[in-house]
Design a protein around this ligand. Structure first.
Ligand SMILES: CC(C)(COP(=O)(O)OP(=O)(O)OC[C@H]1O[C@@H](n2cnc3c(N)ncnc32)[C@H](O)[C@@H]1OP(=O)(O)O)[C@@H](O)C(=O)NCCC(=O)NCCS
Length: 415
């Protein structure tokens, strides 16, 4: 039987062989030596726990390479208060010769078990396909809405931000952006900590560790002169008429509007795109003419798997005015989150405890709990979609009040 090996990323041959195999799972380019070293360094910096699936015998070409890969990276998800520990699952792949033989199931079940044993309340991921992960208890909790803005006549905004915007050397910004992001992450509901490879993944040439030649960067300085927002962007070609936003993080509305105003009022540019936009990206409501900001698609983005309902629900912030007690009956094929839970919400916080017997207000599977946790769909809507069963109309109203998010999720950390 194919053997699974679990190991922490290290600067060694096993990690290099593992990292070389990952792009092959996604039809990606083979990394050159500099890229490989950067991938390994990033995995080591993240403290990534790696799984490789191996055959005992080498391949016909004599190579020993994993036939399956899986990574679990320690990170955090912001649920409105102090960011909550989460395991970020990434680099999931199984070679075509070994697909549909249960390797993903073995790697996933082992990872969820070890996270649960370590007291990590959540596993989260972004998916290449929508049909794979619900069976493991993940719910599509945050959605993305790529944007295309028509800026032929410039970007006309209702208001202009205070402070100033400056073009900067992208290398200079790469050193400073993580600190700004960290401040954003600690204050933004739905934000996920970034992996060490995040910026390089977005900004580097696909095979090396060099910045793509067309990447540009800008910062916003607040009235105190500090960097409180930044953007990386790229024209499609040297004389092209479109500009692609690769990353845009703003700590204040002034920084947000200032950066958008710069990018939307650049000469020779007709179209501004932002594939990483969240579904309710504020710029849609900041433009004078809403038809100039088109959402070009809607797709699942962040999938959330609750392992410990007491810790996950207890770490979330709730609206201050809500005072309700609800009972959740959670089903979980893998057992981790199954049971009856009483959630008492007051003053923006919840105390949560497992109970032996109580009449549930709602019965649902653990994947649906992941959706409710982020509050992007109401319990009433989820019942209309046959995703859960409510005890009655009043129970639905109470759940809707409890899970109404304190703000829409801000997830800008594709991983
Ligand atoms: C997706 C992938 C990892 C699946 O690995 P695998 O080892 O073939 O999966 P398993 O055999 O363990 O299947 C586990 C379950 O998932 C289902 N499944 C697997 N791939 C699926 C897919 N693409 N769509 C829907 N269901 C899928 C299986 O039917 C099985 O269901 P069951 O256990 O409930 O009967 C593998 O096909 C792959 O590497 N694909 C290309 C890279 C990729 O998309 N990776 C995912 C990145 S998020």
């Amino acid at each position: 039987m194919t053997r699974l090996e679990h190991f922490t990323a290290a600067d060694d041959e096993r990690t290099r062989t593992w990292a070389r195999a990952v792009p092959q799972m996604y039809h990606g380019a083979d990394p050159d030596e500099t890229r490989l070293s950067w991938l390994v360094d990033s995995a080591v910096a993240d403290g990534a726990m790696l799984t490789g699936a191996y055959e005992d015998a080498p391949g016909v070409d004599g190579r020993i390479a994993p036939v399956g890969t899986f990574a679990a990276v320690p990170g955090t998800l912001n649920l409105g208060g102090a960011p909550v520990t989460a395991s970020l699952i990434a680099s999931v792949g199984v070679r075509p010769t070994h697909r549909r033989q249960g390797l993903l199931r073995r790697m996933m079940e082992q990872s969820l078990r070890s996270s649960a044993d370590a007291g990590v309340p959540l596993s989260i991921l972004t998916a290449s396909e929508g049909g794979i992960y619900e069976r493991f208890g993940f719910g599509a909790a945050v959605w993305r809405g790529p944007l295309r803005l028509d800026v032929r006549s410039g970007l006309r905004l209702r208001a202009s931000g205070r402070g100033s915007v400056h073009e900067v050397d992208p290398h200079w910004l790469m050193d400073r952006a993580p600190t700004v992001f960290e401040r954003f992450h600690t204050r933004s509901f739905g934000s996920v900590s970034r992996r060490a490879e995040f910026l390089g993944d977005v900004l580097f040439e696909p095979t090396g560790d060099r910045l793509s030649a067309l990447v540009r960067a800008a910062v916003h300085l607040g009235e105190n002169g500090e960097v409180d927002g930044f953007a990386f962007y790229r024209p499609s070609t040297a004389w092209a008429h479109s500009l692609e936003i690769l990353d845009l993080i703003a700590l204040t509305p002034d920084a947000y509007l200032g950066l958008w105003a710069l990018l939307g009022n650049t000469d020779l540019v007709d179209t501004l795109t932002f594939d990483g936009a969240v579904l309710d990206e504020p710029i849609r409501h900041a433009v004078v003419d809403p038809r100039t900001a088109a959402v070009t698609g809607v797709h699942d983005s962040l999938w959330v798997r609750v392992l410990d309902p007491v810790a996950a629900l207890g770490s979330r912030r709730y609206r201050g005015a809500v005072a309700e007690t609800i009972v959740l009956d959670i089903r979980d094929d893998l057992g981790h989150a199954a049971g009856l839970f009483e959630v008492d919400v007051r003053g923006g916080a919840a105390s949560v405890r497992r109970v032996e017997a109580a009449a549930p207000d709602v019965t649902m599977d653990v994947a649906t709990l992941g959706v409710l946790l982020l509050g992007t769909v109401t319990a009433t809507e989820l019942e209309r979609s046959s995703r859960l069963t409510l005890a009655g109309v009043a129970a639905g109203e109470r759940l809707d009040a409890v899970f109404a998010p304190t703000s829409p999720p801000r997830f800008y950390s594709q991983f």
